[in-house]
Design a protein. Structure first.
Length: 210
């Protein structure tokens, strides 16, 4: 029995046309190339020249005075320009930047893959589920680790320049607000990989049907 190909019905409108898919592929590739160059430039800057960073502050020690309306406020961050970063903190920031870029590249690779599959009208291939799941795992892991490294480096730098003062017996480990979006997005992609596997099974079951 011959396989019957799914053909577009007359008047049926595609959500993503072949031209749209090609445009998405080109955009994803260009974005990956440009951001990789910018990330490399930023990493080099961490080791070579003056660096301007937004540093987190231990809010318990940073309270502005003279506010009206009986308002109470605390400083949570400051912008500081440092002529030369300590080697250890520069390495941590470099790794954080590299891992953030890996997370972005995982998303761009996924966009490229989906556009490529849609262009060929063959989305549920054996490798699609593996690629989607891998991109999700990389996004979740790299994005989370990058935030931890970045927070550790910035907290340490703030302490080194005297922005965060310790009281006797106090230990400041991290001062940061974590963004859980990469972890959630990565988890969703892993679940989507399961959907791709299910779609692949349905495709195999319907092969040969007219």
């Amino acid at each position: 029995m011959k396989l019957a190909k799914n053909r577009q019905r007359p008047g049926e409108k595609k959500v993503v046309s072949r031209a749209d898919a090609v445009a998405i592929m080109i955009t994803a590739g260009a974005a990956a190339a440009v951001t990789t160059c910018l990330t490399a430039s930023g990493i080099i800057e961490r080791f070579t020249g003056p660096v301007t960073l937004i540093l987190p502050l231990h809010s318990a020690h940073q309270s502005p005075t003279g506010l009206g309306l009986d308002a109470v406020a605390r400083f949570t961050s400051m912008e500081a320009t440092i002529p030369a970063l300590p080697a250890g903190e520069a390495v941590l920031l470099a790794w954080a930047g590299a891992l953030n870029q890996v997370s972005f590249l995982a998303v761009m690779a996924l966009l490229f893959l989906l556009a490529f599959r849609l262009r060929g009208e063959n989305l549920f291939t054996p490798s699609s589920a593996w690629i989607v799941g891998s991109c999700g795992a990389v996004l979740a892991l790299a994005g989370t680790v990058a935030q931890a490294l970045d927070a550790a480096a910035r907290t340490r730098i703030a302490e080194l320049i005297g922005a965060n003062h310790r009281t006797p017996g106090e230990i400041i480990v991290l001062v940061a607000d974590f963004n859980i979006a990469p972890l959630l997005a990565g988890t969703v992609l892993v679940l989507v990989a399961g959907v791709f596997q299910f779609g692949r099974r349905l495709q195999r079951d319907t092969e040969g049907l007219i």
